[in-house]
Structures are given as C-alpha cells and as structure tokens.
Design a protein around this ligand. Structure first.
Ligand code: BG6
Length: 478
C-alpha cells in the first residue's frame, strides 16, 4: 500500500452532533439546539424558540461533554493519529456578541486537547460546523449580515490564541458549499427567513444566501490571515462537501450539465478559498440567477491574502445528472440526483461509490495542487446491539475497505493525500434527520432517537477492524 508513515488515520465528529451538555458550562443556545428530530419521512422542524411537543436531539447528542475522556481513550485504543472535532462557538461566545469569552468553555476544550495529547492524537479542529449562536440569527439573520464577520473573527482569534500550543490543524467552515443550496440557509448560514419551518423546504432568497456565503468567504480568509499571525506553523484548511456527479448519458447536453454542476456546486467555493478570487464562470451564474453581490475592494484583498494551506473534503456518494426529467432518482448527502444503474445504495438511499473517491481526489488535486485531507467519509446504518453487547457491522467494514483501497489508488496516482478521518467514529446525531438510529460509529452509543438509554459505549466489529488497519498503516484489509 502507498500510505505515508505519518498518514493521519482517525475519525471525525462535530460539537453540535456529539457533545450534548445543553446549557452547561455557560454554553449559549445554538441554531442546532432549535432543530427538532426527524425521520426517514418527516423533516426536522426549525423552531424560533423551544416548543412543547418537539424533541431537540442535539441538546443531548452522545453526551461527549461528560464522556470525552472515555471516548478519547477508545479512539486511542483504535490507534487514532488524528481526531477531527469542532469547537461550539456558543461555548466560547454564548450569543456571539460578548466582549470576553466564557472561561468554562475555553477550559472544556483545553482539557479535551490535553487528553488527546496524552495519547498523541493530533486534533483537527473546525471553527464552525453547522453551529452558531442563535442570537446571531435572531438579531442579524445570521451570515446575511456583514457584521457577523467581525464576531466570527473575534471568536477565531480567541481560540487560535488560547490553543496555539495545542492545535496545529484548523478548518474554517464545515462544508461551506452547503450555502450553495437552499438547505444551507439555516444549518450553514444561520439564515432563517420569515416563514421558514421545514428544514427540507426553507424559504429561500438566493441573493441573500449568496451574499451570506460571500461573508463566510471573507471571514474564512480573515481567520486564515489572523491564524498565521498568531502561529505561523498553523495549517488552516477549507472544507468542501464533495457531491460528485457523472453525466447519466453521453448526450452532450448531459455533459454540459455535468460540467455546470461541478462548477456551481463543487468548485465555486474552493476556487475562492484556494485561488483567492471568484472564478470566471461566477459572473454568468450570478446574472442568470439574479444575484447581485456587495463585494468591496477590502473584501477582495482579504480573499487574495487569506488562501488556505490545504483542502479538506467530505465524501459519501456520487449521483448522476441528466436533462431527461423521466429517470429514477437517488438521494444523498445534502443533494440527490439521477440514479446510477451501476451502484448500490445505503439504507438512506445514498449511492455507494468507492471508485468515485479516487476519481474525485484526482479531480481536486489536478485543479488545486495543494495537500488534501479527507475529513468525512462513512456509512450511516441501523446497527443491532446484541444481548452480549456485540455489534456486527460487516456492511461498514466493506464500505471502509473499499474506500481505503480507492485512497491507496489515488495516492499511487500521485495525489498528495495526508489523512483520513471517518465520519461519526462514535455514534452521533444525524445532521439531516436528527436521528440517533442512523449510526456511523465504530463505537456504539446506547441511546435512542429520543435520548433514552444508558449512554454506555460498546465496541462494534468495525472497531477492531479499523484498529488493525491503522496498526498496519493500511496494509491489512482482510
Ligand atoms: C456531512 C456533515 O454533511 O455529512 C455532517 O458535515 C453530517 O455534519 C454528515 O452528519 C452525514 O450526514 P447525516 O445527515 O447522515 O448526518
């Protein structure tokens, strides 16, 4: 196998989906705390304030807040070299507007990093993973308002300064290209337009959304600039949800649609964050969609200076695109598409495509030529806890094995890939449905969709399998 000896094998979580600890340690209310649970067929509800009769799963999550020492010990037992996690902005600045940070929040993560250090696990820290103070939504409609940039930069500087000896790898915004979709209004941009309630069908104002995304680009660039001033050794990356598509047929119209999808969905954000300016095709995209952005000269200077050191991505599945409206459809992470007859799907209808990962890594690397880090890849599935507390998850092992082989091929192709963190290494709350039952972990957390359970942790079969993979640096895939 081709994995370099310092390859960062590990796992990933996000504060809002794993921590719980609602209202504890001075934490403020985040946008995720006001998202109800959903199911396969019923969407999550976006509440303005807590409503009786609704359950808010992120408030409890996997209770990492009280189990982090145990959870990190389990990661260490698997041999993790890296743990990708996020800081909850609301633990540091509960409403986003305080002048001084919340010391209890700073202390909490300090101890998390100290515990990781004891096991020589490298933290990879996302500043904003689908979580911001809901007060910024209430007062400013989230990222739609330029003033939120300064609040984010204040928060970023605080944590960069406080953890400058503890953390080397940082990511600015999780899946920033989620803002290219109406779904991204609330979860990614903190925008809750009047009338919004259904998570899957939000009231959308495309101009406001792309302006909000522009504000995130500027905030990300300013964070990169400030981070490098605080510690020149920091490596600060972007994070893109890769949702690759293939043309369903060789019809040239499908080919053009495929190219447009890659530009508008996969490349639009990274072109700005890696190359430091909007790409050539943006102008036509804006014109055709009635988007008129306020981009200042100062913004342009920040974008130019604050380009990222590496590119990180999530990858779950691929879809197809076609101009033909009469085709079978498939769902997916953030976005679905036309069904690919050559692929199988997960229980949630996401098409499993390991070879697409090799293809994708090559496409990204050819375009940007900077180091790549996979910070999410995984399989959400229903797992069964047996009476002897065993969990047999061969489907997860198969998925993982196939994707590791694809990474190996990509590295052999010449791609500079320096790590892989499996999504939801410890079971956590699903972002799209709010379910606990959609499990990704190597570690089973005994809790149901309503937070009932012992919260005991149990090792799944995949736990032992991944441990073996890491110990052999990707050689032993039996
Ligand atoms: C990514 C997100 O979109 O996919 C995660 O960054 C999310 O937050 C993951 O959990 C898997 O999606 P889901 O909807 O199955 O949780």
């Amino acid at each position: 196998m081709s994995f370099p000896s310092n390859f960062l094998w590990g796992g990933a979580t996000a504060a809002n989906q794993v921590e719980g600890g609602f209202g504890q340690g001075g934490k403020g209310v985040s946008i995720a705390d006001l998202l109800s649970n959903g199911t396969h067929s019923s969407p999550r509800i976006i509440s303005k304030q807590s409503e009786e009769g609704l359950y808010y799963p992120n408030r409890v999550a996997s209770d990492f807040y009280h189990h982090y020492r145990e959870d990190i010990a389990l990661m260490a037992e698997m041999g993790f070299k890296a743990y990708r996690m996020s800081i909850a902005w609301t633990r540091i600045y509960p409403t986003g507007e305080e002048e001084t940070p919340n010391q209890q929040g700073l202390d909490f993560y300090k101890d998390v990093f100290k515990t990781l250090k004891e096991y020589s696990i490298e933290p990879v820290v996302t500043l904003s993973h689908y979580e911001m103070p809901v007060e910024l939504t209430n007062r400013y409609n989230g990222w739609a308002d330029r003033r939120v940039i300064d609040m984010f930069v204040k928060y970023a500087k605080t944590v960069f300064e406080y953890y400058k000896e503890d953390v080397r790898y940082w990511l600015t915004f999780n899946e920033i290209n989620c803002g290219c979709l109406p779904l991204g209004n609330y979860m990614s941009l903190g925008i809750r337009n009047e009338g919004t309630r259904n998570f899957l069908d939000q009231v959308d104002d495309i101009n406001k959304r792309y302006q909000g995304l522009h504000h995130q680009f500027v905030a990300s660039a300013r964070a990169v600039i400030e981070g490098h001033k605080i510690n020149p050794d920091f490596k600060i990356g972007n994070m893109i949800a890769m949702m690759p598509v293939y043309p369903l047929t060789p019809d040239p119209k499908d080919m053009l649609l495929y190219q447009k999808n890659w530009r508008d969905m996969q490349y639009y954000c990274a072109d700005v964050q890696v190359r430091g300016e909007y790409p050539y095709y943006a102008k036509r995209f804006w014109e055709e969609n009635g988007i008129s952005l306020n981009i200042t000269e100062e913004d342009k200077a920040y974008l130019k200076e604050g380009t990222v050191d590496f590119y990180s991505l999530s990858y779950y599945q691929t879809n197809c695109v076609t101009v033909n409206p009469d085709v079978a459809l498939a769902s997916g992470n953030l976005l679905g598409g036309a069904k690919n007859p050559y692929l199988e799907s997960s229980e949630w209808g996401w098409q499993i495509d390991p070879e697409g990962l090799r293809f994708t890594l090559n496409e990204i690397y050819a375009r940007y030529q900077i180091p790549l880090l996979i910070v999410e890849n995984g399989l959400g599935a229903f797992d069964k806890l047996e009476e002897n507390n065993e969990i047999h998850d061969p489907y997860r092992i198969d998925y993982l094995r196939a994707h590791i082989k694809a990474m190996d091929e990509a590295i052999k192709d010449g791609v500079d890939l320096f790590g892989y963190t499996w999504w939801g290494c410890i079971d956590l709350i699903s972002a799209s449905t709010g379910e606990m039952g959609k499990r990704y972990g190597f570690v089973y957390v005994d809790s149901d969709d309503y937070g009932n359970g012992s919260f005991n942790r149990y090792r799944k079969d995949s736990f032992y399998w991944y441990k073996k993979v890491i110990a052999s640096n990707g050689e032993d895939l039996d």
